[in-house]
Each structure stands twice: as C-alpha cells, then as structure tokens.
Design a protein around this ligand. Structure first.
Ligand code: CP
Length: 311
C-alpha cells in the first residue's frame, strides 16, 4: 500500500480489516513511528478523524502536525497558470511540496463542494496532494470517499462474528445538503466482508453506479429493514441533480418502531449525528456509534503502520 485514499489502494483489504480487529482486541503501543511525523491537513472541520488519527499516531510513537488550512494558513489557489493577484495567496503545488517536506506521512481532508459534480468526482484537492506530496498520502475524507471510516465500519461489522449478516445502508433525513462520500465509500468496501448488502433511499437519491451498480436497491425503507442485522444510516444529497435535496415522500428518520422490523439489528452511524432527525434518541443510545468512533483509532493505527512499511 503506497497511499490510503480508496479501497482500491489496498492490496489485501481482508487482512487490513483483521489487523484493525486485532488492534481493537490487543491495543499495540510501539516505538515503530519514533522520529516519524504525520501531518494532518484539514480543509474542513473534524472531531473523530482528527483525534483518532492523532491518537493512533501517538500509539505508534509518531509526532503529529495538524493544520487547518485556509483558516490558520494562507488561502490556497488550485488553478494552474492563474495570475494570482486576487484572493488566493499560495498555490496548492507549493503548499503540498512544502508540507510534505516536513512529514513522513501526510493526511488530508477535503469535502465535496457540491457545486460541480465533475470537479468533485475528479477529486481535485486529493489528486493535488497525490501529485505533489513526496510522502504517502492518507485520505481523511475526500470529495467522494471516506476510506478510514469505511475500514472502521467493515471491521466493526466483521468483529460481530455474525455469519453473512444483512447490512442495510439507509438514507436518512438531514437539514443540510451533504456529500455522498460516506455512502459511496461504505458500498465500495462491502466486498471485503461477507454480507448481504441492501441500499435503501428515496427516489432522487440514487448514488453513482460506480459504487451502487452491483448493490440491491429499494425505495421502501421498511421492506429493507426486515431481517436486517445492521442498519447503517447516512444522509446524502442527490448525485443525479447534483447537490440538490429533492422532496421526499414519508418519514425516513430511523425510529425504535422501525428497528423492531429488523433481526434485532445494531444501529450504526459515522457521527456527527443530528439527533431526532437522522435517528431518534432511543435508537442512538442503544447503538454501535461509540464503538465505531473508538474503532477509528485502530483503523488509523493499522493504516499508519502499513504505510510506514513503505518508508
Ligand atoms: N466520522 C467522522 O469522520 O467524523 P469527523 O467528521 O468528526 O471527523
């Protein structure tokens, strides 16, 4: 593994998932990362990704640099050949070359803008990091994918030990338009576990065929919940009418009543979650969400450990 930005970067995903579960069962604190530095660059806010990756790096003896770019640093220009006499102060090429010279591994978070589908799905920011970084790059959530979250989620499901579980990825309401990254990434990683995967969403919220093309899809949430072992809730905005939030028939909030339709399913969400909008308090309070959040540390640690093998 030279970078960790997508499921496609991982040669042996099942092995990586096993490593996450092993770390969860036997946390490893080592000096493997001594005198190594990981840089974590954020174009967008974060709680779990920032802290769990910092903690993972500390578990390995690494030093950590964190930068909130555009806020604590210079405003970045992305267009090549621009006459930079406007608002932007530093070109991404210069930013990444300089930051990577201080680091052994570089993480970056850059969300979709939801303004231009082509631009978001080309992963302009992430690809600039991959092009100009002199060290391995970790996605801390990009415009279209969130691989650290998905690795965590697959490990959390696999650790349950349920044989071929029914896993439902269900769209849920949210007051704002959100990217498709978590849902895309979740579906991209499901081939790494032996599961019966169902995608439930209202009409108008179809995901890209790249991620959902081989997945069973229904617009009937209650039908999807029947016999489910895991309900993974997430909101996303429209991919087809890009970034829009078409009107939805019925109430897609996950409630205790809907969970009763399942096979005593465990509720999952990547957090942060809007309580009593995405899911009701009682569903969240009996869920796996805190276990998922803790497992982020072990996923990040496994990824850092593997990337250090390439240094
Ligand atoms: N799940 C997740 O990525 O959380 P943060 O946005 O807080 O990092």
């Amino acid at each position: 593994m030279n970078h960790f930005t997508s499921f496609e970067d991982v040669e042996h995903p099942q092995k990586l998932i096993r490593q996450v579960i092993e770390l969860k069962n036997n946390p490893l604190f080592s000096e493997r990362g001594k005198q190594k530095t990981v840089g974590l660059i954020f174009f967008n806010p974060s709680l779990r990704t920032r802290l769990s990756t910092q903690k993972a790096a500390l578990n390995l003896g690494m030093d950590v640099i964190v930068l909130n770019i555009n806020k604590d640093s210079w405003k970045v220009e992305f267009e090549d050949g621009t006459v930079m006499n406007g608002d932007t102060q530093e070109h991404i090429k210069d930013t990444v070359k300089v930051i990577s010279s201080y680091c052994d591994i570089l993480g970056v978070r850059s969300f979709a803008t939801l303004k231009d589908r082509r631009e978001d799905y080309e992963e302009r920011v992430l690809n600039n990091f991959l092009t100009y970084s002199s060290v391995p790059v970790i996605s801390l959530e990009s415009a279209t994918l969130h691989p650290l979250q998905s690795l965590t989620d697959m490990a959390t499901i696999a650790a349950s030990g349920i044989t071929r579980p029914k896993v439902v990825l269900s769209w849920a309401p949210h007051p704002k338009a959100l990217p498709q990254a978590v849902a895309n990434s979740f579906l991209q990683w499901t081939p790494a576990i032996d599961a019966d995967v169902v995608l439930a969403h209202p009409e108008g919220y179809e995901l890209s065929d790249t991620f959902a093309g081989n997945i069973s899809v229904t617009h009937n949430q209650e039908e999807a919940f029947a016999g489910a072992d895991f309900i993974y809730a997430k909101n996303w905005s429209s991919y087809t009418s890009y970034g829009e939030t078409p009107a939805v028939d019925g109430d897609w909030t996950i409630t205790a009543g809907k969970m009763e339709l399942t096979n005593r399913a465990q509720f999952m969400h990547c957090l942060p979650i809007r309580r009593n909008v995405v899911a009701s308090d009682s569903v969240i309070d009996r869920s796996l969400v805190y276990r998922q959040a803790k497992n982020r540390e072990f996923a990040a640690q496994a990824v850092l450990h593997n990337l250090m093998e390439t240094l």
